[in-house]
Design a protein around this ligand. Sequence first.
Ligand SMILES: Nc1ncnc2c1ncn2[C@@H]1O[C@H](COP(=O)(O)OP(=O)(O)OP(=O)(O)O)[C@@H](O)[C@H]1O
Ligand SMILES: [Mg+2]
Length: 363
Amino acid sequence: MKNLIELKNISKIFKTEAGEFPALKNINLSIGRGEFVGVIGKSGSGKSTLINMITGIDKPTSGKVYVDGSPIHNMDENSIAKYRGKKMGIVFQFFQLLPNLTAIENIMLPMDFTNTYDKDVREKKALEILESVDIADQAYKMPAMLSGGQQQRVAIGRALANDPPILFADEPTGNLDSKTSEKIFSLFEELVRRNKTVLMVTHDEDQARRVNRSLVISDGEIIEEFLAGTFPTLSESELIWMTKRLKRKNYKGGQIILKKDMPVDSLYLVTKGKVEIVLHVDGMAEMVVAEFCCGQYFGEIELLRHSNSVATARAAIGSEVEVATLPKDDFLNLLNRSSETKKQVDKVAKIRLAENIQKTKRK
Ligand SMILES: Nc1ncnc2c1ncn2[C@@H]1O[C@H](COP(=O)(O)OP(=O)(O)OP(=O)(O)O)[C@@H](O)[C@H]1O
Ligand SMILES: [Mg+2]
């Protein structure tokens, strides 16, 4: 399996006195090694539940979770605990430090559990970790003697105890002042530079902008990446509506996606790779008039004008392209519902048409 983390059709339904509550609805997600992924979404949207599914803290109602090829959804408590100890560091939203152990003992516990380091170096290692989260001076205190922010840093230290390849952090900087929070965030960036994978829930918009990828969860569903950035004027429910209607297609380098003068039946959103827009000027060689990458769309000119394709779109040579397509009727329907988005798309189409005319004239 190529991806480090793979979720297939994950649903989680909680049974409560008030009835069944779907906290995650058919989530599909792939995360590669070395990615720094931010998870954002309103309170109650399912962020912690998602982390619990991947770490095996809780089991999905249906669907499959693989981490580094291991089927987390199928593993028993014992093997999952061992697996977690070696492969995953977890910073829980509510710290969950053991109250009857000192800060440093809380850090040494996962080391003892997995025998990662020789017994006689564990304390030194644990001190170094506490140092890295700026809390070495509190090493021998009990958690109850520490402030919320200090406990949070110990919890981060504990997650790093065995130098795990994957780190899950649920609002790790929620209780920290901005300076300490920045320090922790830089520490995570450093881990990613060392090819570790970090999945972090955050409410901090600045942090969400600085990660490689951000996943937006809304009512137990993941909004297609890029959509929120590409159509900033759509509401969350419109983004979810759109996400559900997207279909993915893959193209190899050089392969045609849309041919000039052929009918266009969808909007194309580039989700991976690079797409070239090519025009042929009479008697002249082809000309690449535009290049689109992740988060950019094409096909809007034709859908707005109900015309055939004004240019050829193809996957750039050497680029594996993935697009998400939205059927024409759904796209026009969405523009009808959101006049701000219609204005934005109209403007893009107008600028692009003008550019095409200018570029082909100049030749
Ligand atoms: N054990 C449980 N039993 C019943 N419902 C639950 C349980 N755990 C979570 N839920 C519900 O599932 C939904 C998602 O919860 P979750 O904790 O994942 O949200 P969250 O996005 O992490 O929120 P927050 O930002 O407040 O931490 C919520 O509506 C919550 O009430
Ligand atoms: Mg939570």
